[in-house]
Write a protein that binds this ligand. Structure first.
Ligand SMILES: NC(=O)c1ccc[n+]([C@@H]2O[C@H](COP(=O)([O-])OP(=O)(O)OC[C@H]3O[C@@H](n4cnc5c(N)ncnc54)[C@H](OP(=O)(O)O)[C@@H]3O)[C@@H](O)[C@H]2O)c1
Length: 347
């Protein structure tokens, strides 16, 4: 294990993962396995795990990569940012501004920052805080869970996306070698909203206290999700935003599919929804660890957008309130039926 900030090789771009948790550990780990020069900036708790066990990276297609502690450069010292050519920001939305401040203090002027965070506002928040740096928005379509002993498991499918930007070309080969090729888009706001629509299930999943596959197998939870998506689509239409198709099904079609009876849903999604038994939303993990979730960056973004154009989004607002209650230590799993009642009852 090397925690020294002078560990990195010269020559190839230095990539620093800022926020080495599930996504940062997984993407950075896959890049390191592929031979990229990666440093992980994270917390002491994760450092201790990685120091003992290294990383084990698996996915639903049978990826099984290992990095021994000696092959990982993991530090809790933000000065490592001084060495970075590229920084992959993978902190939760609540930590974006603190991460931006670390970058402002330590990163060199020509660094490129890629936000691999959910929500529609994180890359913008970084860019606003750091006008002197290049900030590129990214999107992670797949789910990664943190399992014991440094094991990070990617349990769903999807391809990493970023805004189109020539500045990323030195990274493309590494991402390809890592089995995570970057797909680049110009209309990134639409991609972000397309992803946010899928992330509306994070709160439903967290409140169900069930693995994703089990939650989505229940009609009542799917109806709740369909309500939240429909409301979001209405708000987006009124705001003139067209969410991109970021999964096999367009956002407009999703509510119809979600409302089908269980046996139809199972058949329809058998070939297009690859989720394994272990996958859960990271919002569920946050609630279990009594941490502030990203609900305000997800459902809350819908509520804010609605407000900004003079309408309301009561179902998403209700979902925000339920998760915030749970954040205050009042977590109580809701059945699909109870959640549906909650979302549809008058305020
Ligand atoms: N997990 C998924 O499946 C998934 C999928 C797609 C997108 N995403 C998005 O990816 C982003 C990251 O999610 P995640 O699940 O990887 O979160 P995570 O597992 O909580 O990882 C973030 C890590 O960053 C650490 N951190 C926060 N601020 C830091 C700082 N200033 N310096 C060093 N470390 C810091 C956190 O430590 P503490 O918690 O101790 O503060 C945590 O260990 C989120 O926006 C999420 O929505 C996640």
């Amino acid at each position: 294990m090397n925690t020294n900030i002078g560990f990195l090789d010269q020559g190839t771009p230095h990539i620093v993962v800022l926020g080495a948790g599930a996504i940062g550990g997984y993407i950075g780990g896959c890049l390191a396995v592929a031979g990229a020069n990666v440093s992980f900036l994270g917390r002491t708790k994760m450092l201790d795990i990685v120091k003992t066990h290294g990383y084990r990276l698996t996915d639903l297609y049978g990826r099984h990569s290992k990095l021994a502690p000696s092959e990982i450069h993991f530090t809790t010292d933000a000065k490592v940012l001084k060495l970075a050519d590229f920084v992959l920001v993978a902190v939760k939305s609540r930590d974006t501004l603190a991460a931006a401040e670390l970058l402002r203090m330590h990163a060199k002027p020509n660094v490129t920052i890629i936000s691999f965070q959910n929500g529609v506002g994180n890359a913008e928040a970084l860019a606003n805080h750091l006008p002197q740096f290049k900030v590129v928005a990214g999107m992670v379509p797949f789910n990664v869970v943190t399992l014991p002993n440094g094991h990070l498991h990617c349990g769903t499918e999807g391809q990493l996306c970023t805004e189109s930007n020539a500045v990323l070309s030195p990274l493309n080969t590494f991402f390809e070698k890592a089995g995570l090729p970057l797909k680049q888009f110009t209309n990134f706001k639409e991609i972000q909203w397309g992803k946010l629509i899928l992330n509306l299930n994070n709160a439903v999943n967290a409140i169900s206290d069930l693995p994703l596959k089990e939650e989505l197998s229940q009609h009542a939870y799917r109806k709740c999700l369909a309500l939240l998506i429909n409301e979001t689509l209405t708000v987006l239409a009124q705001a003139g935003i067209h969410p991109a198709k970021v999964s096999k099904v367009s956002a407009q079609l999703l509510p119809y599919i979600l409302r089908t009876p269980d046996f139809v849903f199972k058949r329809l999604t058998a070939s297009m929804l690859k989720i394994d038994e272990k996958a859960r939303s990271s919002m569920w993990e946050d609630l279990q660890n009594q941490r502030t979730t990203e609900v305000t960056a997800l459902n809350g973004a819908v509520v804010d957008l609605a407000k900004s154009i003079g309408i309301s989004a009561p179902r998403n607002a209700r979902m925000v309130a339920l998760i915030q209650q749970a954040e205050q230590g009042e977590f109580k799993a809701l059945t699909g039926k109870d959640l549906l009642q909650n979302l549809t009852s008058p305020p």
